[in-house]
Design a protein around this ligand. Sequence first.
Ligand code: AMP
Ligand code: ZN
Length: 431
Amino acid sequence: MNCFDQVEFADRAGIERIQAIRLKNTIYQATASRFYRGKLARAGIKLSDIHSHEDIGKLPFTTKEDLRSSYPFGLLTMPVERMVRLHASSGTTGSATVIFHTPNDLNSWADLVARCMHMSGVRPEDVFQNMSGYGLFTGGLGIHYGAERLGCLTIPAGAGNSKRQIKMLKDFKVTVAHIIPSYALHLGSVFSSAGVDPQSLHLRIMLIGAEPHSAEVRRRIEQIYGVKAYNSYGLSEMNGPGVAFECREQSGMHLWEDAYIPEIVNPETLEPVPEGEVGELVLTTLCREGMPVIRYRTRDLTRFIPGECPCGRKHRRIDRITGRSDDMIVLKGVNIYPMQVEKILMSIPEVGQNYLIVLEREGYMDQMRVMVEIRDEYFVEDMRTLQALQRKITALLREEILITARVDLVEHDSLPKNEGKAVRVVDKRDH
Ligand code: AMP
Ligand code: ZN
């Protein structure tokens, strides 16, 4: 038993008891903010209406637009002087939203991250390198304080500077790393020029998250580094990392239901989807005093994985995020998610570690161009082999997305790289 076990292994009745108490407390606290005082009053909600976790359905939703329109202080429940930190979302869609934390908020966040890391097998003896960007992005400080809370020697490496990352991994005998999956793939291709074999390192676990990635990408990362890679899900509005994380079974991410109430709804009707079906994840904070957020529409699409996890934890599991509802590409009337393209590309051995989807308009026709980096050893082959590969990729993609994309094979390392989250789609169509 360790200090996290009690709530981590609570049974459903225990979890629901905690949720009821904390939900009531959250609503009480939220009414101290200008934003929720108005919103809850308009919805006719009184504190005495909240008795159990099931009462969540009575509450109004909060959207990203709500956070933007009350920027910067509208959701604070206490004077800004009592806040000690702020973070912002990376603003992949529209302008950033800002989240404030009190010392208590930071404390429970660090506990959550430590619990996640412990669940995936990280221990105080581990040497931990955090390769995500520090600053406003929560993957830096958020993970950092969790790793320290767990007791790991924590190296705040930050993002980029691949040769130095490799040197630190080697010199400090790093055993666990946190890294954005697209960067993990890129870093993998820098090892040979640094004259280091990634398998010769002491690494045993990689924590990967912050951006959508397919099971094929995880598999590649595990192969390149000879590690187990665990999926980590979070968003700034809910602190950042520490919301849901994979246990050692690697079959979905346990969402900490003592700290969040999760719902999965149909994004059109906002009604709960039947158990096990994909919908939009909606989250309510239960452990945040400075800036609680109620029924936040994450836009992330996932499902609850039915049944119990063999690990014994009763906190429900969410599946790998298939995309964001605002990520969906509509092309020639067909709906496509970038992850569908990634899944196919990354299952083809000749394909390298990076790709880019470009949407173009030619005359009145929309086109999808998929630019694919090819591994060096295949790029030197003759024209005919390359053309055959191009045809194979086009056909496999067509089977998955029902559209004939133009496939451009490009050299290893020739597509633009991002230090943070990867940009997978460029839309050049004029709307
Ligand atoms: P931000 O708050 O700017 O760090 O962005 C949070 C968003 O990143 C989430 O809403 C998801 O869309 C995405 N994200 C974070 N972690 C994951 C993950 N493990 N898998 C897929 N998407 C993720
Ligand atoms: Zn589990």
